[in-house]
Design a protein around this ligand. Structure first.
Ligand SMILES: *[C@@H]1O[C@H](CO)[C@@H](O)[C@H](O)[C@H]1NC(C)=O
Ligand SMILES: *[C@@H]1O[C@H](CO)[C@@H](O)[C@H](O)[C@H]1NC(C)=O
Ligand SMILES: *[C@@H]1O[C@H](CO)[C@@H](O)[C@H](O)[C@H]1NC(C)=O
Ligand SMILES: *[C@@H]1O[C@H](CO)[C@@H](O)[C@H](O)[C@H]1NC(C)=O
Ligand SMILES: *[C@@H]1O[C@H](CO)[C@@H](O)[C@H](O)[C@H]1NC(C)=O
Ligand SMILES: *[C@@H]1O[C@H](CO)[C@@H](O)[C@H](O)[C@H]1NC(C)=O
Length: 424
């Protein structure tokens, strides 16, 4: 069954020419391709924002092999995640940006050397002098070659696992989240992507904004000020790129934007009494705005789908619903992260998988599965003991530990394949 689906994915992908659908624009609740047809991102996430700041998996397979999984799964696009620290290093001429040094610095002498040799063995076009940006360019070139549309997501400022409360990356002005560097980073990488990455289509301004004790006031007014400034910078660097706006509380809600609510500051802070309203017509990038939302199953839901969908709808799906009198502005919505453990049973242990699929069927929106990776070079999670693990496995990954095969065909058949079918 899976073989059939994988073969079908290959067959279908050979009929889609990414270069002929780009650039994308938005119209009301839809993303349209360059032929005026409705376009849906059917994606997986491929992280490149952790300590080494290059896309994961290169010690296990070639870039060409990894990219080939995306059409084989029947997907048309990928959400690549990056850290602003990568761009800061370019600006400061940091001498530590080459493959040899980044792996050594991340993994230590013994493992760094071993992993470097593995990366070079699988990817002989690189040397230990290859820079991070050269590696990103090679990934983007290969995505272009295999017709995979590239969505670039700013996941973090400082490079490590996202996301925890008060981890320094969560809100504007927090320890690592320097707003000026973030905007500078977006200008740099958008300009670079426009020139060099053939299937670059869109950006996600910031992943999972969340509460932070030591940062600017956590409110929608502050969101408005900084998100619109970053969007201006992206639009100036590439007027064709779609711009994804994420909501608050780990991007679990964004309803004030389609409802056209007043975006308030916070009493007793620098934003006391400040307000703004996000009016799309006011922006040069008015036909580039996409809202993004995340949905996981941390509460292990057993809700019936009717109730699951109506609760979730309230979090921002009004953006897709012209028939709702409360909807002030229509926008396309992208579920830019969803997923769960691929162990053959979880997909049917709660109602999450079933209800997310039903939601896609009902509302017809783009989605991005979390995630492709079967394992990571390294992972630091501030709230875990031990904080740092080398070579940890990703049990939620579509691929197995060594990125050589599908981790769990039963899960793919019952989740990813049904998400694809839901959009037909
Ligand atoms: C470069 O890496 C070395 C360790 O390999 C470190 O001591 C040094 O501080 C780093 N330099 C910068 C500018 O980050
Ligand atoms: C902002 O404050 C106004 C007035 O209290 C309120 O109606 C509105 O819902 C608030 N906005 C949000 C996003 O909560
Ligand atoms: C899959 O993961 C879930 C959640 O951790 C667990 O309850 C279940 O027993 C696992 N199934 C298998 C086959 O290990
Ligand atoms: C999924 O789980 C439900 C309830 O736990 C069960 O009735 C159903 O048979 C399962 N479906 C499959 C395909 O395993
Ligand atoms: C080296 O890598 C292996 C496998 O990835 C890991 O088990 C081991 O803990 C690492 N060594 C150190 C010193 O972290
Ligand atoms: C894949 O990784 C596992 C460890 O999880 C190892 O036992 C196996 O030999 C590896 N397979 C290949 C083809 O490298």
């Amino acid at each position: 069954m899976l073989i059939t689906n994988l073969a079908l994915g290959l067959l279908l992908s050979s009929f889609t020419d990414a270069s002929s659908v780009l650039p994308l624009v938005t119209k009301g609740r839809d993303i349209l391709d360059s032929n005026g047809n409705v376009f849906h991102y059917e994606s997986t996430n491929w992280p490149g924002h952790q300590e080494a700041m290059i896309p994961e998996g290169l010690q296990h397979a070639s870039i060409e092999e990894i990219v080939s999984w995306i059409p084989k799964f029947g997907l048309n696009s990928v959400r690549l995640t990056f850290a602003i620290e990568m761009i800061d290093d370019i600006y400061s001429n940091n001498p530590n940006q080459s493959l040899g040094i980044i792996l050594l610095n991340a993994l230590g002498e013994a493992n760094g050397t071993r992993v470097l040799h593995q990366v070079l063995e699988h990817n002989p076009q690189f040397t230990k002098e290859s820079t991070r940006l050269e590696i990103w360019d090679a990934v983007a070139q290969e995505l272009g070659k295999q017709n995979v549309i590239l969505h670039l997501d700013n996941h973090v400022s400082k490079a490590f696992w996202c996301c925890g409360e008060n981890d320094g990356n969560g809100w504007f002005g927090e320890e690592y989240f320097d707003v000026d560097k973030w905007i500078r980073g977006w200008s740099y990488i958008t300009k670079h992507a426009k020139r060099n990455w053939p299937t670059f289509s869109s950006v996600g301004l910031r992943n999972e904004l969340r509460n932070a004790a030591k940062a600017e006031p956590v409110d929608w007014y502050t969101w408005y000020v900084h998100m619109t400034a970053a969007a201006d910078a992206v639009h100036e660097a590439d007027p064709e790129a779609l711009i994804f706006f994420s909501g608050l509380s780990y991007d679990t809600y964004i309803d004030p934007i389609p409802l056209g609510k007043t975006l308030n500051g916070t009493k007793g802070t620098l934003t006391t009494g400040k307000t703004a309203v996000f009016v799309p017509e006011n922006f040069a990038w008015k036909d580039k705005i996409v809202l993004e939302i995340h949905k996981y199953d941390f509460e292990a839901t057993q809700d019936d789908c009717k109730s699951f969908k109506s609760k979730w709808y309230q979090k921002g799906f009004q953006a897709l619903d012209a028939s709702n009198p409360a909807t002030k502005y229509l926008f396309p919505m992208v579920l830019s992260e969803w997923g769960f453990i691929h162990n053959g049973t979880y997909w049917n242990q709660t109602t999450y998988n079933k209800c997310v699929i039903e939601m896609v069927q009902e509302w017809q929106f783009s989605w991005m599965q979390w995630e492709l990776s079967g394992s990571f070079y390294l992972q630091t999670r501030p709230n875990r003991t031990p904080q740092t693990l080398q070579g940890p496995e990703e049990f939620w990954g579509l691929l197995n530990y060594n990125w050589s095969d599908v981790r769990d065909p039963v899960t793919v058949e019952n989740s990813l394949d049904k998400m694809i079918a839901a959009l037909k």
